[in-house]
Ligand binder design. Structure first.
Ligand SMILES: NC(=O)c1ccc[n+]([C@@H]2O[C@H](COP(=O)([O-])OP(=O)(O)OC[C@H]3O[C@@H](n4cnc5c(N)ncnc54)[C@H](OP(=O)(O)O)[C@@H]3O)[C@@H](O)[C@H]2O)c1
Length: 291
């Protein structure tokens, strides 16, 4: 039995779909009944919370493999540690941990939090697979599409740094394979997408697929921080995002290797495929309706 945690989130939802395709018995973990009610038809669900330790043993009953993911919040360390402890107590055999690119060497921001969890997992006797993905294609919809819709532009302090974005659905497909353990046991997979793009190149691609001019506007990091705080982003999050951005501008985010394709056994989803699929997300509502 496989337990997929974070089943309401971007990664967990995609992993749940991939695990369902394998035909393995599985259970989806949610924090609330409202979210559990949105589970795919026929999926077995459980309600539990990493912060409520007594909810974890029932969620883990009969479970052999766990896909472990949590929101990128500072409490992630303690929350995922709680789940790892519960997995040890429940006799779980294998954990696939959703970590992040940079956890190997960048001791700041999200990667440093993920590293603390990786280290804890490795200190147990549970077999593990660690996935360290680069930035998701789907971030473009979350972070850039709103200002693209309203202003035809997105903003950052990335300069000419390149990012090899990859698709959540491809990471999920790798996670589903890794949940079987086997050749993936004891492995840490650093996952990058099939091409490295600067934000300027990304803007050109979004323009092409959305059919409207879209510009990337480079602004100083101080101005970006101010804008994030003005949009009510908590200070810790603005700082973590800027620290992560510094990792990318340091030239660390543009690696392209064949590992993702090798693990998938097929070519990964490209940025062009992703943008073609979600092209309407970049148009104003009225434009999208008439397109
Ligand atoms: N975005 C990127 O480009 C990127 C790249 C590399 C790595 N990552 C990492 O990928 C991870 C997942 O990202 P995501 O976009 O899938 O996040 P997400 O959409 O925020 O999903 C996080 C999931 O964790 C659940 N969760 C939060 N607190 C919990 C708790 N106390 N107990 C149980 N479940 C809890 C959430 O449940 P609720 O819905 O109830 O809140 C949600 O299902 C993050 O750790 C992030 O650092 C992201």
């Amino acid at each position: 039995m496989i337990l997929v945690t974070g089943a309401s989130g971007t990664m967990g939802k995609a992993v749940l779909k991939e695990v369902a395709k394998t035909g393995e018995q599985h259970r989806a973990m949610y924090r609330s009944a409202t979210e559990a009610a949105k589970a795919p038809a026929g999926a077995s669900t459980v309600i539990a919370d990493f912060s409520k330790k007594d909810t974890l043993p029932p969620a883990l009953e009969g479970v052999t493999s766990v896909y472990l993911v949590c929101s990128p919040i500072p409490q992630l360390i303690e929350l995922e540690w709680n789940m790892i402890d519960a997995c040890v107590a429940a006799g779980v055999k294998h954990i696939v941990l959703n970590s992040a690119m940079g956890a190997r060497e960048y001791m700041k921001s999200f990667p440093s939090w993920h590293r603390r969890v990786e280290d804890k997992l490795k200190s147990t006797r549970i077999s593990f697979t660690i996935l360290r993905p680069n930035s998701f294609h789907q971030n473009i919809l979350t972070y850039f599409a709103p200002s693209i819709r309203s202003q035809g532009a997105f903003y950052g302090s990335m300069g000419s740094a390149a990012v090899s974005f990859l698709d959540v659905r491809d990471i999920a497909a790798v996670a589903a394979k890794a949940l079987a353990g086997g050749e993936h046991s004891g492995k840490t997979h650093e996952l990058n997408g099939p091409e490295a793009l600067t934000y300027g190149e990304l803007a050109t691609k979004i323009s092409k697929h959305s059919g409207r001019p879209v510009q990337y506007v480079d602004i100083p990091a101080d101005a970006q921080r101010k804008a994030m705080l003005e949009q009510d982003m908590p200070e810790w999050q603005a700082d973590a995002l800027l620290d992560l951005q510094a990792y990318y501008t340091g030239g660390k985010g543009g690696k392209v290797d064949g590992l993702l394709e090798e693990l998938l056994g097929r070519p990964p989803i490209t940025m062009d495929q992703f943008l073609a699929e979600f092209s309407s997300e970049f148009r104003r509502q009225a434009e999208a309706a008439t397109a």
